[in-house]
Design a protein around this ligand. Structure first.
Ligand SMILES: C[S@@+](CC[C@H](N)C(=O)[O-])C[C@H]1O[C@@H](n2cnc3c(N)ncnc32)[C@H](O)[C@@H]1O
Length: 281
């Protein structure tokens, strides 16, 4: 088997990824570190260091996956969210930066010393619940998902990060019968079925149950809003992430569910991607 130097592998990576990634060098270096344990500093200090054949083979497998536009996070199996390392699997969505706006919205509404009861619906990897648990250690957080495989990854993340979250499996509020919360947060699926923008993009590597929500993308938000009144305490907060063109539909659904003080929050691109509301007293 040919022995490659670290620099030669990176160069090969840049060549293969140039047509399919906006950051071929960075991607090649990150994949080199994941496959061969050689970080950017070690690469800069000793570019000619030899790489053992098994590690080089692992690097080439990663490179092939990346050249098919698979997101780096899916290849590595983890993604940073709210400064936490969140592990992911094939059943979980890759946590997105815009979801940090949802976390910020909830944190703005919950004082640090409040022992609130909080639910995260459709927790996936657990990203939102984990970030909230890290910031609000006194909160009692329950996180749900319909996917057992996603919940198992979320549980694993909570254990590894030492964060206390109660996980339950089921369809939206079904596993929360009889329970009311001070705050309900969710980043549910909200993509229109067969959205052409997603078919060619990196989301094709993610689970359809985490993305799609019927013809108008609102099926899940509709299902959640339909049951809110049974699960939110008076003056309780609801915060939902949604698509950039769904704000008025979400406002209508929350208003029909009896919520007031409805506020849209923009993401860092200036698009309204989060809506919060309160249940009146
Ligand atoms: C857009 S992903 C969000 C994941 C995670 N909360 C995040 O922000 O990265 C939506 C999640 O909702 C879950 N989900 C889909 N349908 C559901 C249902 N009927 N009941 C509960 N969870 C559901 C999916 O499995 C997925 O984990």
């Amino acid at each position: 088997m040919t022995e490659h130097s670290a620099a030669a592998l990176v160069q090969e990576g840049i060549t293969q990824l140039s047509g399919c990634s906006d950051s071929p060098r960075l991607d090649a270096e990150v994949l080199l570190q994941a496959a061969c344990g050689i970080n950017r500093t070690a690469l800069a200090c000793d570019p000619d260091q030899p790489v053992d054949p098994q590690s080089a083979a692992a690097f080439f497998v990663f490179l092939k996956r990346r050249s098919q536009k698979e997101p780096i996070a899916c290849i590595l199996g983890h993604k940073e969210f709210w400064s936490l390392e969140i592990r992911i699997n094939q059943a979980t969505l890759v946590p997105r930066p815009e979801t940090e706006v949802l976390v910020e919205t909830v944190l703005d509404a919950i004082p640090p010393d409040a022992a609130v009861d909080l639910a995260d619906l459709g927790t996936g990897s657990g990203a939102i619940a984990l970030a909230l648990a890290a910031e609000r250690p006194l909160a009692h957080i329950t996180a749900t998902d319909i996917s057992r495989a996603a919940l198992s990854k979320a549980r694993e993340n909570a254990k590894r990060l030492g964060l206390d979250i109660h996980f339950v499996e089921g369809d939206w509020f079904a596993p929360l019968a009889g329970r009311r919360f001070d705050a309900i947060v969710s980043n549910p699926p909200y993509v229109r079925q067969n959205d052409p923008a997603l078919e060619a993009g990196p989301a094709r590597f993610e689970p359809a149950t985490a993305l799609f929500a019927g013809e108008d993308g609102l099926d899940c938000i509709r299902a959640i809003c339909a049951d809110l009144k049974h699960h939110i305490k008076p003056d309780g907060l609801v915060a939902l992430e949604h698509g950039h063109d769904q704000q008025s539909a979400v406002r209508g659904l929350l208003s029909a569910a009896g919520l007031e003080s409805i506020v849209h929050v923009n993401d860092h691109a200036g698009l309204a991607r989060v809506t919060s509301a309160r249940m009146p007293h």
